[in-house]
Design a protein around this ligand. Structure first.
Ligand SMILES: Cc1ncc(C[n+]2csc(CCOP(=O)(O)OP(=O)(O)O)c2C)c(N)n1
Length: 358
């Protein structure tokens, strides 16, 4: 059995061994922490909104911010993001306005998806962030197809295709990885192995020692990285993305992390897992670890943390107010993006409805 070693940059004291610090400017390092904090605060607020009945569903990502920000911060602006459930923070990092993110969760008139998608299926075309496909595993072949299209058109961008550990058991995992490797498609598969697929633990998902090990059979490199070490994720992703751009084909990156909260707001994880496991992973919190690293370098402190959390909470609260003030999705959007030429009877029907004639 192949059990890949874990790539790490932050050591047990959350400092970086000599010569291992990636070439990242101080401003960028701080920005990475701020992005992670934004995702954490957003999570907290959205779960509260769900409990108050103001949104129907939410998929939290607490504990996975290192994998999310580490991978997205290694990408170039023109790279495409094909997300699974837990990468919404990347859409926000790429400029999706918070108000539109909240509106997507509500599914109202400010929602870019026009209320047609489940919550957490953000879309952000200007940031090349594709709306998630709910069907587990299909994101993998979508990412491969997109990367093949990029190559076919002679583009220079790469694709980041996200998946969870559960998705490695899907048929699309085989089809997507196989096609990508054979065609040398410029894609990096990023598996956020948060060790639970709803109530199914990783040990029941596969008999492989790791997800990364599966890459061998497809003829691509597989790397297992500490997903709670944002610096290590960024470094591994930077290398994989440059391979993709150089025409050397795909890489499978497994970010070993942990889903600390429920699968979604509809799930109660205490019914199937032990709290002590959650506590063990809390001690490896990606934000706390990166914070300690920045604090030791004099780049962060408690007051900056507090000020950042307050500022972000204020921005999110304003976004909630604005999003909640929007009305429902207009009925006539039902026929938008559906027909090239809508049936005149439908057009008339919606005109009558708008003008209050029916
Ligand atoms: C084909 C299919 N089967 C079942 C589901 C229901 N479902 C939604 S999320 C999920 C678990 C996904 O687990 P994983 O891939 O590990 O990602 P995670 O949710 O842990 O991020 C399942 C089974 C689905 N959406 N699609």
């Amino acid at each position: 059995m192949i059990d890949d070693a874990l790539v790490r940059i932050l050591n047990d004291r959350d400092s970086v061994p000599k010569g291992r610090l990636p070439d990242i400017g101080e401003e960028d390092l701080v920005r990475m922490l701020v992005e992670m904090v934004r995702i954490r605060v957003f999570d907290r607020r959205m779960l509260a909104l769900q409990r108050q009945g103001r949104i129907g569903f939410y998929g939290p990502v607490t504990g996975q911010e290192g994998a999310i920000v580490g991978s997205a911060s290694a990408a170039a602006e023109e790279d495409w993001i094909v997300p699974a459930l837990r990468e919404g923070g990347i859409a926000i990092m790429r400029g999706l306005p918070l108000v539109e993110a909240v509106a997507q969760l509500i599914g109202n008139a400010l929602d870019r998806c026009k209320g047609r998608q489940m919550p957490c299926h953000y879309t952000w075309k200007p940031g090349r962030y594709v709306s998630m496909s709910s069907v587990i595993g299909t994101q993998i072949s979508h990412a491969t197809g997109l990367a093949m299209a990029v190559r076919h058109r002679g583009g220079s961008e790469a694709v980041l295709g996200f998946l969870g550990d559960g998705a490695t058991s899907s048929n699309d995992f085989h089809a997507g990885l196989n096609f990508a490797a054979v065609r040398k498609a410029p894609v990096v598969f990023v598996c956020q192995n948060n060790q639970w697929s709803i109530s199914v633990p990783f040990s029941k998902q596969t008999a492989s020692g790791s997800v990364a090990a599966k890459a061998v059979a497809y003829g691509m490199p597989g790397v297992r990285v500490d997903g709670n070490d944002v610096l290590a994720v960024r470094a591994v992703m930077a290398e994989a993305l440059s391979r993709a751009r150089a025409g050397e084909g795909p890489t499978l990156v497994e970010c070993l992390t942990y889903r600390r909260l429920g699968h979604s707001s509809s799930d109660d994880p205490s019914r199937y897992r032990d709290e002590s496991e959650v506590e063990r992973w809390e001690a490896k919190d990606p934000i706390a670890r990166f914070r300690r690293f920045l604090e030791n370098r004099g780049l962060w402190d408690d007051s900056r943390q507090e000020e950042t959390e307050d500022r972000i909470a204020g921005e999110i609260n304003r976004a909630i107010r604005e999003a909640e003030a929007a009305g429902p999705v207009p009925e006539e959007t039902l026929i938008q993006d559906v027909f090239e030429t809508p049936d005149p009877r439908l057009v008339e029907h919606f005109r009558n409805t708008r003008e209050g004639r029916t």
